[in-house]
Design a protein around this ligand. Structure first.
Ligand SMILES: [Zn+2]
Length: 429
């Protein structure tokens, strides 16, 4: 017989009673200024979270991939983990930089509530959702509610810098049957996201020439087989534009505007000094691809196309461009990857969440695609069916005077709490 120990809990009433505590917890988290960039400043906020979790008898796994940015996975072990379904709740603890805070009408790290909204850096992206998960775990312990399956909580760093720490969290902690990423989704259920990969294309001359030699390499009779790397990069950029247009014409994905799969030549660096012919030029590009594509294939497609472009140029043919894709971190090696996410629309976790949201909020949720990228792609990459579902608002993320709707946060907490009770007590098939 399936144990259903939770039926005597009135989740909605309980969360209503604890709303003030939820806001206080979210405010406490917002008060830590662990902005990224620069990052490497999450020790204090993670200590606070670790202490909170220790009081709940959760198993805690803590590690640092980059010094100064500890990460936490906490596991509330189920009573029958082989029999019941497990769940990952994924959050990132880092927040976007504030920059010039003179534009803010208040101190970004002194949160407050006004007109039904909680204000502060990270309110929407995504410390309020983090508070919601922590409070639920506390209530599970306080009310002595046992779950059949494991409940696994991630508080990772490095999301803002594309460090992919969520992938490591899955390797270090238990896997799960389903995952919810509480990142900004405008309180919608998002069952897919496009992916992003950044890359560098470099054109390099084997020799460096003085500016005075230029005429010999570009005019009839000059006799010097050489080129400016800056000028050759123009051909590469044109090639990228051709491919971008081709992709926009032939590729599409439901829920995405045509041509969302862009190739952005974002940054260019080249030449050494006006007294020389440019011997090196590097282009930093950002590539967006659809949920049904992956970064390995997309980067391979670009490489093949650009190498063909190079073959049509006498100098580039002999001096083909070099490629470097992705990277560990925007902060370490100026590169990042966000894998795409594609969840089956009929996935039972998604259906259950949809039902509970409708029940609590009083109207069915919007179910669509994320227009941005989140760590959900890393959970998918690790083989966990994942949905993006958070109370934060995309328009508020990274913005001046960031805030979140308190009502949405409270409703969100009720939905997640109910979902945990149902999902982690359901039998594995
Ligand atoms: Zn976020």
């Amino acid at each position: 017989m399936e144990e259903k120990l939770y039926y005597d809990i009135d989740v909605e009433k309980l969360i209503e009673e604890r709303t003030e505590e939820l806001i206080d917890l979210a405010s406490k988290l917002i008060s830590f200024p662990n902005v990224s960039p620069p990052g490497r400043n999450s020790g204090e906020v993670q200590n606070f979270i670790e202490n909170y979790l220790k009081n709940l008898d959760a198993e805690i796994i803590r590690w640092e991939t980059f010094k100064g940015d500890p990460n936490i996975v906490a596991v509330m072990h189920g009573t029958h983990p082989q029999k019941h379904k497990s769940l990952v709740l994924n959050t990132h603890v880092d927040v976007a930089e504030v920059g010039d805070n003179s534009q803010w009408s208040f101190d970004p790290f002194k949160p407050f509530v006004k007109d039904g909204r909680l204000f502060g850096r990270g309110a929407s992206d995504m410390k309020a959702a983090l508070a919601s998960y922590l409070l639920i775990m506390k209530l599970l312990k306080e009310k002595d509610i046992s779950l059949g399956g494991d409940l696994i909580f991630h508080s990772v760093t490095g999301e803002e810098a594309g460090e992919g720490i969520t992938f490591e969290a899955v390797q270090r902690g238990p896997k799960a049957d389903f995952a919810i990423v509480g990142d900004i989704s405008d309180f919608k259920l998002q069952y897919g996201q496009g992916g992003v990969i950044t890359g560098w294309i470099t054109v390099q001359s084997p020799k460096t020439y003085h500016d005075g030699v230029r005429s010999k390499m570009i005019h009839a009779g000059g006799g010097l087989f050489a080129a400016s790397a800056v000028e050759k990069m123009v051909k590469i950029i044109q090639g990228l534009q051709d491919l971008e247009r081709h992709w926009a014409v032939v590729k599409s994905y439901p829920g995405f505007a045509p041509g969302s799969n862009t190739i952005n030549p974002a940054v260019i660096e080249g030449g050494r000094h006006a007294a020389f012919v440019a011997d090196k030029c590097s282009l930093w590009l950002t590539v967006h691809f659809y949920p049904n594509e992956n970064y390995e294939l997309v980067s391979k497609e670009i490489e093949e196309h650009i190498l063909n472009v190079a073959k049509a140029d006498p100098w580039l043919k002999e001096n083909p461009p070099l490629f470097r894709w992705g990277g560990k971190s925007m902060l370490e090696d100026r590169g990042e990857v966000f894998p795409s996410l594609e969840l089956n629309r009929d996935h039972e976790g998604l259906k259950l969440l949809e039902n509970i949201h409708g029940e609590i909020v009083g109207s069915p949720p919007v179910v669509d695609m994320s227009p941005t990228v989140t760590d959900a792609g890393w959970l998918a990459e690790a083989g966990i069916p994942t949905v993006i579902y958070g109370p934060g608002e995309l328009g508020e993320a990274h913005s001046v005077d960031e805030s979140i709707s308190v009502k949405n946060l409270v409703d969100y907490t009720k939905v997640i709490f109910k979902f945990i009770l149902e999902w982690c007590n359901a039998q594995k098939i």
